[in-house]
Design a protein around this ligand. Structure first.
Ligand SMILES: Nc1ncnc2c1ncn2[C@@H]1O[C@H](COP(=O)(O)OP(=O)(O)OP(=O)(O)O)[C@@H](O)[C@H]1O
Ligand SMILES: [Mg+2]
Ligand SMILES: [Mg+2]
Length: 504
């Protein structure tokens, strides 16, 4: 693949205004599929299922089968629409989106077209430095997912070049909500960051609603990033490209940045942008052409004759509205104030994706400052070296229990770090690790005094200096005692006792 010439990002922004638009597909975690009673299990079970085992006649479009709408999917879609500040349609309709491709057995996808369940909303997203950006939402509509094709032999990824293709309909009929933004202006040089913040906000919202597993890398959330440029001062929108299924937050940011630089170079060279889908490549950090796409793509939409319009009762909408969780931005502001964190301290927690962990650790009895210190410090460091999520290493309850042992004087900070490693290694709760490894601070003065007397006897010159009032000389004795105690003593207490014993 020839690498495209890229214009410097700042230069691109001088010449052009970036315009964005996002389509995010959310897989709903319902028990069954959108229009059939085939199971829709959670990620682990879903991905380990043999091909074509999670299917019903409806998912394949077999003759004589009729779709029935999944009620939970409707409730989830309404909740999501409300969380996006949308109006909920009094009457909304499914439509057939006709296309011929073997990933859908029936030659059409049941989607929604001009009568989506939710429309006209907005979400506030917060950039890393706290700047708020309002993203206008055009609509959120329900649809079913398609199956998965695996092209074998020949040129990979191209059905024409493949010798044959394998088809797995397990995903066919999985409930989706597609959230479509209006065209977004004004992001300017922060366009890549806005893209990332938007997707992460959608993830937060969906998670807080509990309607999806919301893991990008699993495809539970899939973002198509539309990017176009127009020359500064121009009114007419430029031609957009649509980069598909970027499967991490960081990739969304990178893909938008890349498209801006790539398109700017083409336009500056007098070329034109092709309206097309593009694929993001994580390894090279580039996009490559997918299929050409015109706004006139004819899907011959028409109302789905086998399904009634969805007409949610006013009471249902109000019930779901009343049950909405706090918006992510509002929640973050509240927590930051409650915890008394500075901007930087809070950013540390947020950028580490550790808000939930810190909150749960505080709920389990730690102070905000210590909860933050553990999660953004030692635990994040260990997570980095082990290439794991910090949250997967240890429970908030164990972090709080560890801190309580420090507060009680059972552990020094240094010992606590050893206990942490033990807990992470699966040796048990902090108390169990303390017992098993014998790590508690020696708080028995008798044992300390014995070690101190021994150290003073071994260093008579130091003893003389201390007795002479040169208190700083005590360091050598304290060091020897700490060593004898294998670090399991409180240095401040040792110091006190050394001065006491020397004076006697
Ligand atoms: N010139 C443009 N520059 C950037 N974004 C644009 C531009 N025109 C439209 N968009 C955005 O592109 C997205 C188009 O999504 P939409 O689902 O409406 O249509 P589509 O991509 O043509 O269809 P499909 O759902 O089949 O992919 C919207 O978010 C819209 O705001
Ligand atoms: Mg699209
Ligand atoms: Mg779309």
């Amino acid at each position: 693949m020839a690498t495209a010439k890229l214009m410097d990002f700042d230069k691109a922004l001088e010449l052009f205004e970036p315009v964005l638009g996002f389509e995010v597909h959310v897989e709903l975690n319902t028990n069954t599929k959108m229009f059939s009673d085939a199971p829709n299990p959670a990620n682990e079970a879903f991905h380990s299922a043999a091909p074509n085992t999670l299917i019903a006649p409806v998912d394949l479009g077999l003759p004589g089968s009729l779709p029935v709408v999944n009620e939970t999917a409707i409730r989830s879609s309404i909740s999501l629409g409300l969380a996006l500040g949308c109006s909920i349609a009094e009457s909304s309709r499914f439509a057939r989106k006709n296309y011929f491709y073997p990933d859908l057995g029936k030659n059409y996808q049941i989607s929604q077209y001009d009568e989506p369940i939710a429309f006209e909303g907005s979400v506030e997203v917060e950039l890393e430095d706290g700047t708020l950006v309002t993203i206008p939402i055009e609509r959120a509509h329900m649809e079913e997912d398609a199956g998965k094709l695996t092209h074998m032999g020949g040129a990979t990824g191209r059905i024409q070049g493949a010798e044959y293709s394998l088809v797995d309909y397990n995903r066919a009929g999985v409930p989706l909500v597609e959230i479509v933004t209006k065209v977004i202006f004004g992001a300017e040089h922060r366009a890549p960051e806005v893209a990332k913040a938007y997707v992460s906000t959608i993830r937060d919202i969906v998670r807080s609603l509990g309607i999806s597993e919301a893991r990008l890398e699993r495809g539970n959330l899939r973002c198509d990033a539309n990017v176009s440029l127009r020359p500064r001062g121009a009114e007419k929108l430029g031609t957009r490209t649509e980069t598909k299924n970027v499967n991490s937050m960081r990739s969304v940011e990178r893909a938008v940045r890349y498209e801006i630089q790539r398109q700017a170079q083409i336009l500056a060279d007098g070329g034109t942008i092709t309206q097309e889908t593009r694929h993001w490549h994580e390894d090279t950090g580039t996009t490559s052409p997918g299929r050409p796409k015109s706004d006139a793509d004819d899907y011959r939409y028409f109302p789905e004759p086998d399904l009634l319009p969805v007409e949610p009762a006013h009471e249902l909408i109000e019930e779901l509205r009343a049950a909405l969780p706090e918006q992510p931005v509002a929640r973050r502001r509240r927590l930051k104030a409650d915890w008394g964190f500075t901007d930087l301290e809070f950013q540390d927690v947020r950028n580490g994706g550790l808000i939930d962990e810190v909150e749960a650790t505080i709920a389990a009895g730690a102070t905000p400052a210590t909860a933050r210190k553990w999660w953004t410090g030692e635990i994040s460091r260990l997570a980095n070296t082990q290439e794991k999520d910090a949250a997967a290493l240890i429970s908030p309850q164990n972090v709080a229990a560890l801190q309580l042992l420090v507060d009680a004087g059972t552990l020094t900070d240094k010992l606590a770090r050893q206990v942490l490693e033990g807990v992470i290694a699966g040796e048990g709760t902090p108390q169990e690790v303390v017992d098993a490894r014998g790590l508690a601070v020696v708080s028995d003065d008798g044992a300390l005094i014995a070690a101190i007397d021994e150290a003073l006897a071994a260093q008579p010159d130091v003893l003389a200096k201390i007795q002479d009032g040169k208190v700083q000389a005590a360091g050598a004795v304290i060091g020897a005692v700490m060593k004898a105690m294998k670090g399991q003593a409180d240095a401040a207490r040792v110091r006190e006792l050394v001065l006491e014993r020397a004076a006697q």
